[in-house]
Write a protein that binds this ligand. Structure first.
Ligand SMILES: [Zn+2]
Length: 273
């Protein structure tokens, strides 16, 4: 069952005009339960039903209902265009197209690193951060927007220190087609792109294919200090990391989340894996 914090999000055009209110949480009698309709005869897994009661605030209104705060493809394009049009920011941040998707949409990426020659640009390791491989996980985009705004901050000395010492490759939307078409998890090829990293197909999974190619070439040329793909969990709360495991050297991937948990009270090391 959903708890109090997981009420549905509502956007009423009339309420927005009259009360200057955007998205807000609402609804009651919210239930989520196994409905007894079997998914698969052998496996005994059930489909689920979500029900809720919602009062519409106005007559003749247009009302949108969402699972989480939306973050559209246009929201991302606006963010990238703002950054690109700032003369100061564009000195250390370059916007490029990684590839086109099946529908012909651009999958874009940013390269963020300072031009400061004293800090040996060719010796800087790279940090790759991506998001929205799962289109429904909009929280990943909100976090990504925070990451981009932080890394391109002109006055923050920590952001400058990071730009002086690393090359950031930011792929903010790995599945633009899914986002534009309102899919929750799939691409337009009907597959979960996050299950295609092992053997991506250039035509069917172009964003994964090209992201992997970029990461491999970074790994050869300068090393990858960190690769982080931002998701939203459907049940778990807090912020946490699921990482690869090095059996010979397990601390290798556990140090970063441990440090993060000490620095950020929102981050949970206990919930990380
Ligand atoms: Zn996900």
């Amino acid at each position: 069952m959903f708890n109090h914090g997981m009420k549905v999000l509502v956007y009423s055009q009339k309420k927005s005009e009259n009360e200057e209110l955007g998205w807000y949480r609402d609804g009651r009698n919210i239930l989520y339960f196994a409905n007894g309709i079997k998914k698969d005869k052998g496996l005994n897994k059930s489909f689920y039903t979500l029900t809720f009661t919602l009062d519409f605030p106005y007559n003749d209104d247009t009302v949108f209902i969402a699972y989480s705060y939306p973050y559209t493809y246009s929201d991302l394009v606006n963010l990238l265009t703002n950054i690109e049009s700032n003369d100061k920011t564009s000195e250390f941040c370059v916007r490029k197209t990684l590839c086109r998707t099946i529908a012909g949409n651009k999958c874009e990426y940013l390269t963020i690193t300072s031009k400061n020659k004293d800090n040996k640009p060719h010796k800087r390791k790279s940090i790759v951060i991506s998001a929205r491989v799962h289109p429904g996980e909009t929280v990943g985009s909100w976090m990504m927007q925070g990451v981009i705004n932080f890394l391109t901050d002109l006055t923050n000395p920590e952001a400058k220190l990071l730009r002086d010492n690393f090359v950031f490759k930011i792929i903010p939307m790995l599945n633009p087609d899914g986002v534009i078409n309102g899919n929750y998890r799939c691409s337009l090829a009907g597959c979960d792109l996050n299950r295609r990293w092992k053997k991506p197909n250039q035509l069917l999974h172009p964003t994964i294919y090209n992201a992997k190619k970029m990461i491999l070439s970074l790994s050869r040329d300068r090393g990858v200090a960190l690769f982080c793909d931002l998701h939203g969990h459907s049940k778990k709360k807090d912020v946490f990391i699921y990482g690869c495991n090095y059996e010979d050297d397990p601390t290798k991937t556990r140090v970063f989340p441990l440090i993060l948990s000490k620095l950020c009270p929102l981050f949970s090391f206990e919930k990380s894996k």
